[in-house]
Design a protein. Structure first.
Lengths: 243, 243, 243, 243
């Protein structure tokens, strides 16, 4: 059965900044969704200003992998929706966190750290080096992806040590960054992927699109036995309790 | 300079259950604090029912390592204090989380998972096997610690994969548990240590006391350069931006 | 395309010990190969006493995943073949290391440790607890697998810290063991799986067979770009060297 | 008691290349040893062309931490000495592997991978960014160390995933590198530290010297209980075996 994807986007820059709307006339969410649809996935989109941010229970029930892009309105995302998303991740929904969503409530809640970093909007070139070449997320990707212009994110990036480090970024201004990081939280798999500033055509780049499709495959839940928690009887005979 | 420790205890069982107050007449916090004091540490205690749960800014400012025991009143810990503790951990304060504090707000907040598990109050024997014998936390500890009676905690334990796994528990009822786990969050080091049910004399056990003292040494912050985050200038000359 | 598997077996116990040949009349290799064949995999077998231990270049060239069982004759495996197997793993061949093959030359060479452990042939029950329930290797597996009789392996197990810990074993004699461990070496994925003593019907157990099939899927190489190493030119303009 | 250090150096470049002997008139080993001696450590040196490469049993018995620099003569190191060093690491001796010693027999043996990488002798600037700022190895170190000229090492670096990643290098030619990596093998701690090409004054840099002193403290063995392996009796009563 096809993986069911929901692409969530803040969708604010596109309505205010002509540079962004020129690059992404249907929104960043559609630029991400469209190549995934072409690959045969079942893709929905949802945005901040929809009722319940477009993430009601039915939508979440029908989502195997959630992709999240946000930047200037993280605080407008309701805590109730954040908690629902977190609970779904714990039950097995995959989560792909893009670029400035490092500061989203959802990501910070799942990481348990501040997720702070260095940044600069300038004229940096970014080169994303693959450091785990046999990982499914980089299937078909060359030894690096070069982006002629991107916003810079630099270390120290305040995240828990990644379980797997997939990409390391080099920036022409002199910084490095852990740009592709995987985590598990509960039964859910999480992939943080750095590039994707709204004023650059990053999501039109075919290798970025390939990474996102690979990440969807990697993060999608398979058949999982939900673990049993709570009070249990002993499996072996125990001596009787004396009070 | 001596490590400054604060032992935080819920301190409720001791006031209600004679079995507990017989084992820990001055409270679990004093049973933990006393052998640390004898080793020369500067040890304070704090309890739930004190103003601000005994954790005002001055106390936290003077704490290098916080030890946390809680069980039936996690919900009574104020979110404001939880947030302060989390922020201190991010700035470098060590945190040692004991037994049923797996479900404390502080630990769940820092882990980003449910921290759920299996449990049973019966007549289990516990044997904690050392699986990283050169870790500072098990310095001087034999290949296992045996506790003749303890509450059982069993897998699946819903935590992020530990950065280091120090102890694995065997229970006579048939379960296993990841009993000693380390994490970093921000600049702070965290050690979760399983044993310590209130109705058993676990904190009077000399090897348990040794582990706690070792963990304090391991978790104590040393001289740390606080990382620089936020907007930064390029370190290398960049081509000028064209708008 | 179907994953191509080679099951390598020492195949000595079966020829000497009637208890083993009764349990595994066609050898442990056939007991492992047969259920994989039924699932549609392309499965070959190879044994120690064949020319080149059955692992000539053609066989290795046509192997995506190698499964390895050995016990009493590790020293008879030629260093040349060991080196070839190691090189194939580095280029992407999956490797599944079973039970007493913890002491095989191939595994020790890839781990860089002694791989020593505790053991006992007695009357132990083993219960393998799943501690990463969303891992592909435990797809379809319940919260534990119970083996009524197995050889005991106990900690301390001298391996590098596993990248992922999938199973923890409980033994009725009082020990625990890290029973399912994953590693990467070069482009190859490695899974160590503890159970499988020759005098017990472990490889006839359907859940053990399911784990092996899952592990084959997990370890099989996909399309990988071989990394570029060695001397390279700069990607950016460097100032000229002054001697 | 003071940590006992042995600095091992190939000591060939210094005798052939006037550029190297000008920078390191007493050899790279003395340049490394001297600031450690000033800090109060008990430091010996050993070189390739001494009998047994200067590493007889007595020297190894009296070494808590071994520092290793090699480049053009890895193949001349005898396999017997390599095996002795490896065994000592397994028993708890710390090992600090410098720069081109990524290709030393000792390091490759302990890693189980090819340890290959990209390289270039040109006019690169290196900036080593700290990515785990609370690690003891970077105590007192600023957010990066800048080396105006160094040999470039670039990804893909074929090592097992580091247990802890301490430094990431940025190179002006466009590459990145995992420059400070920790591992455990047996009871020994290992730190790989990238910089230190023989034609540059890297070991005279005060922050590089500080990292080496910190790494010695981190890698030095403390009181360790040697694990018990081999055949053992059950700790619990087992049902009797039926044959």
């Amino acid at each position: 059965m096809s993986v069911r994807i929901t692409v969530w986007n803040e969708f604010r820059h596109e309505q205010k900044n002509p540079k962004v709307s020129t690059l992404y006339p249907n929104g960043i969410h559609e630029a991400i969704a469209s190549p995934l649809r072409e690959k045969g996935y079942d893709v929905k989109t949802a945005t901040l200003d929809q009722p319940m941010h477009g993430l009601n229970d039915k939508v979440l029930d029908e989502t195997d992998v959630l992709i999240w892009w946000g930047h200037i309105a993280h605080q407008e995302v309701s805590d109730e929706i954040v908690e629902k998303v977190v609970q779904r991740v714990w039950k097995g929904m995959g989560l792909i966190v893009l670029h400035s969503a490092h500061f989203s409530k959802v990501f910070k809640r799942l990481m348990g750290t501040s997720c702070d970093l260095k940044w600069r909007e300038a004229n940096d070139k970014e080169r994303l080096w693959v450091v785990q070449p046999n990982h499914p997320i980089v299937q078909g990707i060359n030894e690096f992806i070069e982006l002629p212009q991107e916003e810079m994110y630099g270390e120290y990036f305040d995240i828990p040590q990644p379980e797997e480090l997939i990409f390391l970024s080099w920036f022409s201004g002199g910084e490095v960054f852990r740009s592709g990081c995987t985590y598990h939280r509960g039964l859910g798999k999480i992939f943080y992927f750095r590039p994707g500033h709204e004023t650059f055509p990053t999501y039109h780049h075919p290798e970025i699109q390939r990474v996102l499709a690979n990440a969807v495959e990697w993060a999608a839940p398979h058949e999982i036995k939900q673990p049993i928690c709570g009070k249990v009887q002993a499996l072996e005979t125990l001596p009787s309790l004396q009070s």
